[in-house]
Design a protein around this ligand. Structure first.
Ligand code: SF4
Length: 230
């Protein structure tokens, strides 16, 4: 399984359902349904089903809601990345320097996404479109010209995070992603050694080795904010 398809299996894809969202209520200012909607927007299902993207010609309440939720998710991702980089967290990947540039603008958008107009100001700026993709343990610094997921999905305006491709030039990872990859590798390795028949164990071990290789590649190529500015 390719590394960025870690969470791309059908059964793991996010959907909007009647079940309580596991992220609901994490922030007291956030309505309990909002993280679920934001996650669905990020993964493209809701937006694809309703409009096909930011560029939809008909603008109405649901499109404005989608824009606002997408922009807030992007602003949150930028703010987290900005804080991480400021604290010395390292970043790697072909889109690392674009991510650093985008994160520099995070303070300008903190707490400002209250209207569809403000949302579109952020979403229509191609240098700021950073999407968290936790299921693939990476961030997508979206540039439609470089996007590999569209060759499979046929979409243009937004990344198809659930179809993320491991060789895409829009990928970046932080130290946190590398730590998560190592933790997952540990779990898989433990399962491979104790709980499964040999063929399945070998597959789990191979997947664990692949995750460790990605994490090692991150640590060998990581940049800090200070190094990037030098
Ligand atoms: S644009 Fe690239 S990094 Fe972003 S979701 Fe698509 S394949 Fe993944």
């Amino acid at each position: 399984m390719p590394p960025t398809a870690i969470g791309a299996r059908t059964e793991e894809r996010s959907t909007v359902s009647s079940q309580p969202c596991p992220q609901a209520g994490l922030a007291h200012r956030t309505p309990p349904w909002r993280p679920c909607v934001a996650l669905a927007v990020q993964y493209g299902h809701l937006r694809t089903a309703i409009s096909g993207g930011y560029a939809s010609r008909s603008r109405d309440g649901i499109h404005d809601l989608l824009d606002i939720e997408t922009a807030r998710a992007t602003a949150d991702t930028l703010a987290t990345l900005h804080d991480d980089l400021t604290e010395g967290v390292g970043i790697s990947g072909p889109a690392a320097r674009r991510a650093i540039h985008a994160a520099n603008h995070a303070p300008a958008f903190a707490g400002t996404i209250f209207s569809a107009r403000a949302a579109r100001d952020l979403l229509e700026n191609p240098s700021l479109t950073v999407h968290d993709n936790p299921k693939a343990y990476l961030m997508c610094v979206y540039n439609r010209e470089k996007a590999l997921c569209h060759r499979l999905a046929g979409q243009q305006e937004t990344p198809s995070l659930d179809r993320c491709q491991p060789t895409c030039a829009n990928i970046t990872r932080t130290d946190h992603h590398a730590t998560q990859l190592m933790a997952l590798a540990d779990v898989l390795e433990k399962q491979a050694g104790t709980l499964t028949p040999a063929p399945m164990g070998k597959r789990l071990q191979a997947r664990a080795d692949n995750l460790r290789a990605i994490a090692k590649n991150h640590h060998n190529n990581r940049l800090t904010l200070a190094e990037a500015s030098a």
